[in-house]
Design a protein around this ligand. Sequence first.
Ligand SMILES: Nc1ncnc2c1ncn2[C@@H]1O[C@H](COP(=O)(O)OP(=O)(O)O)[C@@H](O)[C@H]1O
Ligand SMILES: [Mg+2]
Length: 236
Amino acid sequence: MSDTLVDIKKVVKEFHTGKVAVQALRGVDLVVKTGDFMAIVGPSGSGKTTLLNIIGALDIPTGGSVNLFDRNLSELSRKDRADLRLHQLGFVFQAYNLVPVLTARENVEFVLELQGEGNGRETTALATLESLGLADLADRRPTEMSGGQQQRVAVARAVASKPKLVLADEPTANLDSENAETLLKMMRDLRDTHDMTFVFSTHDPLVVSYASRVVTLRDGVVVSDEQRNGDEIGED
Ligand SMILES: Nc1ncnc2c1ncn2[C@@H]1O[C@H](COP(=O)(O)OP(=O)(O)O)[C@@H](O)[C@H]1O
Ligand SMILES: [Mg+2]
């Protein structure tokens, strides 16, 4: 495996609503490397969510090519793409999307079950929550947690099976700055200790300040791609 996780070339995505066609992405080139802690920024409607969905094999482009883990997505069946998502990727969404009737531990276990994990699920789920400082929340349901806590559990769920790449669409959108920073530090620790790569979209300058790389979208094209030293923010 090379250290290129994602290689996107000339990607176009067109949506048709009624008679109008909207070009959400208009020729995007992007390479994501192992260890990137990448922020995708840009005004609302610039194509951030569309791009993340394409990177995550949740959606297929109208044109161009997408290579994910050295596999050309256009050559994969729907089922292969679903397997790739389930086993190699982690997702965190803006609305935490925890299952409301399940506790934090059960939410994590549920994804491990989908992934075909056998016995050890409960142990893995608890160990993941513990390693992220969330052991106290293990038996709580989403309604018994704050927004920040729910989002931390959502990250625990996304990373429990140690995916290579975690995609997060505006993960801090519903959090105050203190909770946002806690979440970012948690994600960055995972990047450092487990070789995970993170790509997240955001509007928030605080979140951007943590990034090691900032990609700016405008009207469906990449207008800048900068290396930063956000890795050092918040270190003692
Ligand atoms: N499912 C869809 N159907 C039609 N238009 C869409 C759809 N998803 C996104 N778009 C349009 O594509 C453009 C980019 O949207 P999006 O990727 O959601 O931007 P962002 O996440 O940066 O706000 C917008 O003009 C949006 O209205
Ligand atoms: Mg969006």
